[in-house]
Ligand binder design. Structure first.
Ligand code: HEM
Length: 114
């Protein structure tokens, strides 16, 4: 069981992850269709992402869009697309996770105070 969503491969490939997310959002916001990755449910199936964790990321995204001076309309649209992804990736129990391939670990991140 790994203890960080971004450790190992995903950590080293941060730039890849950034461009995958950018291309995904371009598609979701009716921009150029260059994204060729997996749908959100399949891309996050090995991670035990709770509502609490999703909320933290969603709040950071909103703060970042504000900090970058993104106007209200595109910002709210971006945040509403992001919110729609919640039901595809949030899980109530680690039982809902599975490896994407045989040796893929299920990732459960402990709470900081646990
Ligand atoms: C707390 C929530 C989230 C966490 C912890 C998370 C984490 C990750 C990680 C670690 C990967 C890389 C997996 C790998 O290649 O091994 C990934 C892939 C990806 N994530 Fe997320 N993610 C979250 C939410 C989201 C949301 C809300 C979106 C879309 C708006 C998103 C879009 C993507 C995309 C497009 C990929 C690449 C898909 C592919 O593999 O083809 N993620 N995410």
């Amino acid at each position: 069981m790994a203890e960080s969503f971004f450790a190992g491969k995903a950590g080293k490939d941060r730039l890849v992850l950034e461009s995958q997310q950018t291309e995904f959002m371009m598609l979701a916001l009716d921009g150029p269709k260059v994204f060729g990755g997996r749908i959100p449910r399949d891309a996050h199936i090995q991670m035990f992402i709770t509502d609490e964790i999703f909320n933290i990321r969603h709040k950071l995204l909103g703060d970042s869009l504000n900090e970058a001076g993104v106007p209200e309309h595109p910002r709210e649209r971006w945040l509403s697309v992001d919110e729609e992804i919640r039901r595809a990736i949030v899980k109530e129990s680690p039982d809902q996770c599975r490896g994407r391939y045989r040796s893929d670990p299920i990732i459960i991140v402990p709470k900081p105070d646990a």
